[in-house]
Design a protein around this ligand. Structure first.
Ligand code: ADP
Length: 620
C-alpha cells in the first residue's frame, strides 16, 4: 500500500511586478512628502549650504554703497540729521559722475528743520539720474511716495519693501515688482538699473527683459528673483560712508561710472537688517541687499528653479536605478551599487547649482532613500522565498523518490517470492509453474510500466519530451479506457454509462491521452460508493470538443478543487476513504492535456459527485 505523502504548498516569492509597485510607491511617498512646508525648509537649508559651498567667480562690482553709518549720524546730530547727511553725500559724489544714484530713504514728508529740504533739493538737482524710494503702506493699498519737490527731480521711483522667506526670515529672493491696487512699481535695484543703462523694461509671462538682458522671473510666481549675493571672497559690495568721504574727498573718484546706493547702515537708525544665505550670524543691511539685487541683474547671475518635470524625471530615474540594481545584483554588490542612486541624489543638486539651476534637495534624496530601502527589503524577502522554494523542490523530489521505491517494492516482492518458489522446488505441477511464470511476467510488466510512466512524467514536466503526433478517433480512445476500467468498476458494482460521442479525430500521443482519460475514469470509480453510476459523454460546442466524466461520488470542497492538480495533494475525504492513492495522477493528466493544447475543468459538490471535463483540439 502506498503511504500517504505529505503535502507542501509552493512558497510565494515577491515578483518583479511587486518591485515595480514598490518603486512607484517610493516615488509617490517622496513626492507627497516634498509638498510639505518641512520639505520646503529642508530644501532652503540645502540651498544655503550649496550657496556657500559653490560661490561664483568674483566679479568687478558695478555698484557702490554710500553709507550713512553710525559715525556720520553722530556728526549730523542723529536721526533728525539724516537728510543733511544725505544731501552732503550727494553733493560730494556729484562731481564724480556716477551712472545713477538710488536713494533708499523714503522722503515722504517735509523736514521740520528749516532749510533742510532746500538743501536736499539742491543736492538732488546736481545728482545724476536719482531714483527715489517709495514704500507700500501697511495695508498694502497705497504707495508712500516722496513729496513733490523731490519727486519731480527723480528719474524713477523704486519700491523698497522687504519680503522674507515664509519659513525662516532669511532673504534668499525678492519680488521684482510690487502692486498697490493697479499701481505697479519695480524694486529699487531694477528701477535704478534700467535708469543707469537707459533701457526700458519689457514684460512677458516668464521674464522681464531690457535691451539684451533677460531676467527670468515668472509673473505667476510674483516675479520673484533669487539674489546672487556677492561672494565672500569679493568682500561684498564696496562701501564708503558720507563721513569718510567728507574727510577724504579723493574717495569720490570711486563713484565714477558706478551705480550708487545711498542708505542707512547705522544700527541705531536702521529698521531693515536681514540674514542671507551667506550671513554667519551677522545680518545684512537693506541697502546692501538692494545693491546685491542690482549686481545679480547687472552681472546676469540668475539662479533659476529647475523645471519640475526634470526633477520628476530624475526621481523616476533614481527609482528605476535602485530597482534594477536589486533586480540584477545581490549580496554586497547590490548594497555597494545602491550607493550610486544615493550619491547621485546628492550630486545632482550640486552639479545643477554649479550651472545656476536650483534643484529642490528633498525629492531626489527621499526617492533614493525610499527606493533603495524598499528594493533592498524586496530582495531580502525574495532571496528567502527562493531559498524556501528550492528547499520545497528538494522535498518534492525526495517524496517522488520515496514514492517510486515504495511502489516498486510490491511487484518486486512478488517477483522475488515467485523466483524463490521456482528455485526451491525441483519439480512443480505444470499449472503452478504456468501461474508463477505469468505472475512474474505481469508483475515485471507492471514494474516497467510504472518506471515508464514516472520517467515520462518527469520529462514531460521538464518540457523535454517530444509528443508523438498520432491520429486517432475520440470514440476509440474513450472505449479503450472504458473497457479497461470496467472490471474495476464491476468489483464495486459501479456501472459505466458510455453515451454517444461526437465523431472527432484527435492528434497527439495516444498512449499519454489514454493515461489521462483512464485516470479520470479510475478516479471516478475509486472515489464513488458502490451501486452508483459513472457517466461518460462528449459534445462539440463553440468549436471545442468536450469530454466529460461524471460520478455520483464523494465530491470535493471548492478550496480542495483548487489544489487537486498539485503533485501529491489528496483531499481529506479521499484520505479517510481508505482508497489507495498518491496524489500524482491528476497533475500528470493536467500536463498531458495542456501539452496537447487543451485544458481541464472540474465541477464538484461534496457528497454529491464530481464532473471532470477535458476541452480538446480536434479535427472532424
Ligand atoms: P490519487 O487518486 O492517487 O490520490 P489524483 O492526482 O488522481 O491522486 O487525485 C488527486 C486527488 O483529487 C485525490 O486524492 C482526490 O482527493 C481528488 N479526486 C480526484 N478525482 C476525484 C473524484 N472523481 N471525486 C472526488 N475526489 C477526486
Amino acid at each position: 500500500m502506498s503511504a500517504p505523502l505529505p503535502v507542501e504548498s509552493k512558497p510565494r516569492t515577491p515578483s518583479f511586478l511587486t518591485l515595480a509597485g514598490l518603486m512607484s510607491a517610493a516615488l509617490v511617498f517622496a513626492f507627497a512628502l516634498s509638498l510639505t512646508a518641512f520639505a520646503q525648509a529642508l530644501n532652503d537649508y540645502a540651498y544655503d549650504f550649496l550657496f556657500r559651498l559653490l560661490p561664483p567667480a568674483a566679479w568687478h562690482p558695478e555698484s557702490i554703497i554710500l553709507a550713512i553709518d553710525e559715525a556720520t549720524l553722530t556728526k549730523y546730530s542723529g536721526v533728525a540729521g539724516i537728510r543733511g547727511a544725505l544731501a552732503a553725500g550727494l553733493q560730494a559724489i556729484a562731481p564724480s559722475r556716477p551712472a545713477a544714484v538710488a536713494i533708499d530713504i523714503v522722503l515722504a514728508d517735509e523736514s521740520p528743520i528749516p532749510g533742510m529740504d532746500d538743501n536736499l533739493e539742491r543736492a538732488l538737482a546736481v545728482t545724476t539720474k536719482p531714483v527715489l524710494a517709495c514704500e507700500l503702506l501697511g495695508d498694502g493699498a497705497k504707495w508712500e511716495e516722496p513729496i513733490a519737490r523731490f519727486r519731480k527731480l527723480a528719474v524713477a521711483l523704486g519700491e523698497v519693501h522687504a519680503d522674507l522667506d515664509r519659513y525662516d526670515a532669511i532673504s534668499r529672493d525678492v519680488p521684482l515688482e510690487k502692486v498697490a491696487g493697479h499701481d505697479r512699481r519695480w524694486i529699487l535695484a531694477l528701477a535704478v538699473w534700467a535708469a543707469a543703462r537707459g533701457v526700458k523694461i519689457e514684460e512677458s509671462p516668464d521674464d522681464l527683459s531690457a535691451g539684451a538682458v533677460r531676467i527670468p522671473s515668472r509673473r505667476r510666481d510674483g516675479r520673484t528673483m533669487r539674489i546672487r549675493y556677492a561672494p565672500l571672497a569679493m568682500g561684498g559690495i564696496p562701501r564708503i560712508s558720507v563721513g569718510e568721504l567728507e574727510s577724504d574727498p579723493a574717495l569720490g573718484a570711486r563713484f565714477t561710472g558706478k551705480t550708487v546706493f545711498v542708505g542707512l547702515t547705522a544700527q541705531t537708525a536702521m529698521r531693515d537688517r536681514w540674514m542671507t544665505p551667506l550671513s554667519n550670524g551677522v545680518a545684512m543691511s537693506g541697502i546692501e541687499i538692494n545693491a546685491n539685487v542690482y549686481e545679480t541683474i547687472a552681472q546676469g547671475q540668475f539662479l533659476t528653479d529647475t523645471p519640475a518635470a526634470y526633477v520628476a524625471l530624475a526621481c523616476m530615474g533614481l527609482a528605476v536605478m535602485a530597482g534594477l540594481i536589486f533586480a540584477w545584483a545581490s549580496g554586497w554588490t547590490a548594497y555597494l551599487l545602491a550607493l550610486l542612486p544615493l550619491v547621485a541624489s546628492q550630486l545632482i543638486p550640486a552639479f545643477a547649482f554649479a550651472y545656476s539651476s536650483v534643484w529642490p534637495w528633498l525629492p531626489a534624496t527621499l526617492t533614493a532613500i525610499a527606493a533603495v530601502a524598499a528594493a533592498a527589503a524586496w530582495k531580502q524577502v525574495r532571496v528567502r522565498g527562493e531559498l524556501t522554494h528550492s528547499q520545497h523542490q528538494t522535498t518534492v523530489y525526495q517524496q517522488a523518490i520515496q514514492f517510486v521505491t515504495h511502489e516498486m517494492r510490491t511487484p518486486l516482492t512478488a517477483i522475488q517470492g515467485s523466483s524463490e518458489l521456482i528455485g526451491r522446488y525441483a519439480t512443480m505441477p505444470e499449472a503452478k509453474r504456468q501461474q508463477i511464470a505469468q505472475l512474474i511476467n505481469s508483475e515485471s510488466k507492471r514494474l516497467s510500466r510504472m518506471i515508464e510512466t514516472f520517467l515520462s512524467v518527469e520529462r514531460l514536466s521538464a518540457g523535454e519530451m517530444e509528443l508523438k503526433q498520432e491520429h486517432f478517433s475520440l470514440a476509440d480512445l474513450v472505449s479503450t479506457c472504458v473497457e479497461r476500467a470496467r472490471p474495476v468498476a464491476e468489483r464495486k458494482r459501479i456501472s459505466i454509462d458510455l453515451q454517444a460521442l461526437p465523431v472527432a479525430a484527435l492528434t497527439g500521443d495516444r498512449e499519454l491521452m489514454e493515461y489521462a482519460v483512464y485516470n479520470l475514469l479510475a478516479n471516478a470509480v475509486k472515489y464513488s460508493p458502490p451501486e452508483t453510476c459513472v457517466t461518460v459523454y462528449g459534445d462539440i460546442r463553440d468549436h471545442e470538443l468536450r469530454l466529460s466524466v461524471r460520478d455520483q461520488g464523494m465530491g470535493m470542497e471548492r478550496k480542495e478543487v483548487a489544489r487537486i492538480f498539485e503533485k501529491f495533494y489528496r483531499t481529506k475525504r479521499a484520505e479517510q476513504s481508505g482508497e489507495v492513492g498518491t496524489g500524482i495522477g491528476l497533475s500528470i493528466v493536467e500536463q498531458i492535456v495542456t501539452r496537447h493544447g487543451g485544458r481541464i475543468q472540474v465541477e464538484s459538490e461534496p457528497g454529491k459527485g464530481s464532473e471532470f471535463t477535458l476541452f480538446l483540439k480536434y479535427a472532424e
